[in-house]
Design a protein around this ligand. Structure first.
Ligand code: NAI
Length: 338
């Protein structure tokens, strides 16, 4: 199997960009693959040379998406599974990405989605615990601040929780921060890294602009507007889509980017560090045991949780607003499973 992967690496120049050694065989499942995020995410994962097999599952439409995506001329195999084939979809998977659930409509907060999405995510996590208990789970379904604790508690109940393998995908906040800051300072977004910490909703999203190379270039009202735009960038999309949903294409991009980062870590690449919402000791003494900060990804998933680093007084104010809201969101998720 490894020989096949090595051959594929030789054949594909982009594979060498992603991985310095022969890639492991990695089977990835997308749960919610028929949706606005799920479809483009499945396409982008089909194009990732580190993905060798894709299992696409949804309660609606996954076999069609799979048939379509399977014609893309990359080496990975693709299988689609209808509503009653969840267990089959999860067999042998190493990575499970979950964008299942309802998105926001104008005027809704992410927390308004809790009632519908909490049980969807809980039931999917219970299936992963049963069929592929050592899989890495990447949670996209909102509200991420609550759905990640729901997944963790569900796995805990089943006796298979490993904090190194459960991730809330906050990459879209990082993608937006880099794009918006680069637009302001006229730089290349790819060369404008921004660390975003906290959670994934409104005030819990805390961008650390002071740690970028452009800290001095943005101040006063420009800084305040930038922070607000990063925190509430999702609302721009919800409003523009006018009832048809929330971010799907940029989210699929962000989801594929994070999945690739994890796969590179799993493959043994060193120095893969990106913010993600994980079980974290950073603010545990304040009763907040999930938090997004730069995390080093490695062969076992979470390798090292980095501290948030130095913050300015303005950023401390943002953190002070983040923490109580995040604490309540996490508690709500845990209570739901208890
Ligand atoms: P969508 O409604 O277009 O797609 C959701 C899909 O989930 C549908 O195809 C539906 O059939 C499927 N689904 C529902 N219940 C399911 C179940 N039990 N098992 C499998 N599939 C199931 O919604 P969209 O736009 O794709 O958004 C999905 C989620 O992602 C929403 O909760 C949204 O809020 C969240 N989201 C998260 C972001 C983030 O940064 N983490 C950014 C944008 C959206």
């Amino acid at each position: 199997m490894l020989a096949r992967a090595a051959l594929r690496n030789l054949a594909s120049p982009s594979a060498r960009l992603f991985s310095s050694s022969a890639a492991l065989q990695t089977k990835v499942a997308v749960l919610g693959a028929g949706g606005g995020i799920g479809q483009p995410l499945s396409l982008l994962l089909k194009n990732d040379p580190l993905v060798t097999s894709l299992s696409l599952y949804d309660i609606r439409g996954a076999p069609g998406v799979a048939a379509d995506v399977s014609h893309v001329d990359t080496a990975s195999e693709v299988n689609g599974y209808p509503a009653d084939k969840l267990d089959q979809a999860l067999e042998g998977v190493e990575v499970v990405v979950i964008p299942a659930g309802v998105p926001r409509k104008p005027g809704m907060t992410r927390d308004d989605l809790f009632n519908t999405n909490a049980s969807i995510v809980r039931d999917l996590a219970a299936a992963v615990a049963r069929v592929s208990p050592s899989a890495h789970i990447l949670v996209i379904s909102n509200p991420v601040n609550s759905t990640v604790p729901i997944v963790a508690s569900t796995l805990e109940k089943a006796g298979v929780f490993d904090p190194r393998r459960v991730f809330g995908v906050t990459t879209l906040d990082v993608v937006r921060a880099q794009r918006f800051l680069a637009g302001l300072v006229e730089s290349d977004p790819a060369k404008t890294p921004v660390t975003v910490v906290g959670g994934h909703s409104g005030a819990t999203i805390v961008p650390l602009i002071s740690q970028t190379a452009y800290a001095k270039a943005v101040s006063g009202e420009v800084y305040e507007k930038l922070v607000k735009r990063i925190q509430f960038g999702g609302d721009e999309v919800v409003k523009a889509k006018d009832g048809a949903g929330s971010a799907t294409l940029s989210m699929a991009y962000a989801g594929a980017k994070f999945t690739n980062a994890l796969l590179r870590g799993l493959n043994g690449e060193k120095g893969v560090i990106t913010p993600t919402f994980v079980k974290s000791p950073l603010f545990a003494d304040q009763g907040i045991d999930f938090f997004s900060s730069p995390v080093e990804l490695g062969p076992n998933g979470v390798e090292k949780i980095h501290p948030i680093g130095p913050v300015t007084a303005e950023e401390q104010t943002l953190l002070d607003a983040c923490l109580p809201e995040l604490k309540a969101n996490i508690a709500k998720g845990k209570q739901f499973v208890a």
